[in-house]
Unconditional design. Structure first.
Length: 130
């Protein structure tokens, strides 16, 4: 086998599953690697770095299309990257506001459950649309 990381090794190193590596390759986030004489994928250091980039982008909440755009910008300037980051930040803030609203609603319904058993469960009433 030629020098290189097997798919299992690059997946472990990147903290993802083998299927995720195959998927990222299939959708073009990772380039198709060379193959050994036996047909095994052999990944290089640049592939491992690119996989780390994708994983870190996912951890920050970026979608795969945004990560694709960021990968194209990696060697370039910050203008578009900053725009994507600001868009992602706005999206996260909207999600956080929605989660806070959900938390308040659920906390209120759960608190009502312990306070009034005789009239029926407020949580179940809320979920039933009543």
């Amino acid at each position: 086998m030629r020098d290189g990381l097997t798919i299992g090794a690059v997946a472990r190193r990147g903290g993802v599953s083998v299927e995720t590596v195959r998927y990222y390759e299939r959708i073009g986030l990772l380039p198709p690697p060379p193959r050994s004489a036996g047909g095994h994928r052999l990944y290089g250091e640049e592939d491992a770095r690119r996989l780390d980039f994708v994983r870190r982008g996912r951890a920050l909440g970026f979608g795969l299309e945004e990560i694709r755009r960021l990968l194209r910008l990696e060697a370039g300037g910050c203008g578009e990257a900053q725009l994507l980051a600001r868009e992602q930040l706005a999206s996260l803030r909207r999600k956080m506001a929605e989660l806070r609203r959900m938390e308040r609603a659920l906390a209120g319904a759960a608190a009502g459950c312990s306070a009034s058993r005789a009239a029926g469960c407020p949580l179940l009433r809320t979920l039933s649309g009543g």
